[in-house]
Write a protein that binds this ligand. Structure first.
Ligand SMILES: [Zn+2]
Length: 422
């Protein structure tokens, strides 16, 4: 069996356990958490002896370790990192996701840091008239300097079709106290907390919720996880707001911990109906905060394949707002993501094999947005040459063989002669 380097999983487990033990007995229990890794492709599934046993690590010589799920429903779980078959997603998204989370590409040490693969492959699609789109594939790692802006644009265009459906939009940020942050350096804890939060909001009556973690603040390079949420929400009275904050605090931080450290979650809530403000929130929430891998290399390796932005609720309403001003530039990308050629408006058929960017550059490309280009269909071939084979050659002395000037001259002389005869 091919043995790919397995990144330190035991460290994750130890932290998961610590959080688990700390929260035991309280409402903060998540038994499934230790058995199931959610989309962490850095830990390639291997068969053999399970290495996790209530926090103890057992290594049997000669037997490969396993991180496969052990629960009764394990067979239903997709093995970690397995690329999913695209169902309702467009093939663009499928490819992007595949590249971004594929263990076979990301586990190679040579590809880990500044991603030699980032942007080197393209997906190419054409509509039926041959007008095409070239889409360079970013690696989407937040700390990748090559594609940070591009990946941000992609995230924005990915969430917009749904967030357009929110008329009165609320923005809520939950910040965790310093004392519990070390326990949150585990993507499974982040997944769990976000899921719990979305569930609570659904219970509170919200129909549309989008959550995304920021790992760092703007001022410091120390891990400072805060949970951002964009949701359907409006004005709350001070009492309603306090009751809401209290519920969230109880749900996300066990009261025993809050009491022992003397601190609690800091929650900020705001709402708007203005399109411009909504868009600025969308940009802010989807931005990258982990801008340099050197800030926390261990956390970076743990976050490979972590599914950060998540939706909950119902998303089948018509759009309630649209882009204004310079934000309209996202419309082209939205169309492409929808599978529609932004110039001709016709559906695009994406070609299966990826095309190297060096090759795609030979096409006559026009940039729509960074890393997304269009090209026009090659010009239609000229009309076939005239078929002159059925023309009859005129005899040498024929009047029609003269040029127009000569013919006019001949006509003038004929006129003069006829007048003389009259
Ligand atoms: Zn990149």
């Amino acid at each position: 069996m091919l043995c790919l380097p397995v990144l330190p999983f035991t460290a994750n487990l130890a932290i998961g356990d610590a959080f688990h033990k700390l929260t035991q007995g309280g409402p903060f229990l998540y038994p499934h958490l230790l058995n199931r890794a959610e989309r962490t492709p850095e830990a390639v599934a291997v068969s053999g002896v399970n290495r996790e046993n209530q926090g103890e690590v057992k290594n049997l010589p000669g037997i490969p370790e396993t991180n496969l799920p052990r629960t009764a429903v394990a067979v239903l779980d997709r093995p970690t990192g397995t690329p999913q078959k695209p169902t309702e997603k467009t093939s663009v998204e499928y490819y992007l996701e595949y590249i971004a989370t594929s263990p076979s590409t990301l586990s190679l040490p040579a590809l880990q840091n500044y991603g030699t693969i980032c942007g080197s492959q393209c997906i190419v699609g054409e509509e039926k008239e041959g007008n095409g789109i070239v889409f360079r594939i970013p690696c989407r790692r937040e700390w990748c300097p090559r594609c940070r802006e591009v990946a941000h644009n992609h995230r924005i265009s990915k969430v917009l079709p749904r967030l357009f459906q929110i008329d009165s939009m609320a923005y809520e940020v939950t910040t965790f106290p310093l004392e519990v942050r070390s326990m949150m350096r585990d993507p499974r804890v982040l997944t769990f907390l976000a899921k719990r939060y979305r569930k609570l909001l659904r219970k509170l009556g919200h129909r549309k919720i989008y959550t995304r973690w920021h790992y760092f603040g703007d001022k410091s390079h120390r891990f400072n996880p805060h949970l951002n949420a964009l949701l359907d929400g409006g004005h709350l009275s001070p009492e309603q707001l306090e009751a809401r904050k209290d519920l969230i605090r109880r749900k996300l931080l066990p009261r025993s911990i809050a009491k022992s450290i003397g601190k609690d979650l800091v929650i900020h809530y705001d709402w708007t109906r203005e399109a411009k403000r909504k868009m600025s929130w969308v940009k802010y929430v989807t931005r990258a905060t982990f801008k340099d891998i050197d800030w926390d290399e261990e956390l970076a390796s743990r976050l490979y394949g972590f599914h950060n932005g998540c939706f909950a609720g119902f998303w089948n309403d018509p759009p309630k707002w649209r882009l204004t001003g310079t934000d309209k530039k996202f419309n082209a990308l939205l169309k492409v993501k929808e599978g529609i050629h932004p110039v001709s408006g016709m559906p695009i058929v994406w070609s299966k094999p990826l095309v190297p960017w060096v090759l795609a550059q030979t096409l006559n490309l026009t940039e729509l947005v960074p890393w997304c280009y269009s090209y026009a269909a090659p010009r239609a071939p000229p009309l076939p040459p005239l078929d002159l084979s059925n023309l009859i050659e005129l005899p040498d002395g024929d009047y029609r063989k003269h040029s127009n000037v000569i013919r006019r001259e001949i006509d003038r002389h004929r006129e003069l002669i006829s007048r003389l005869h009259d």
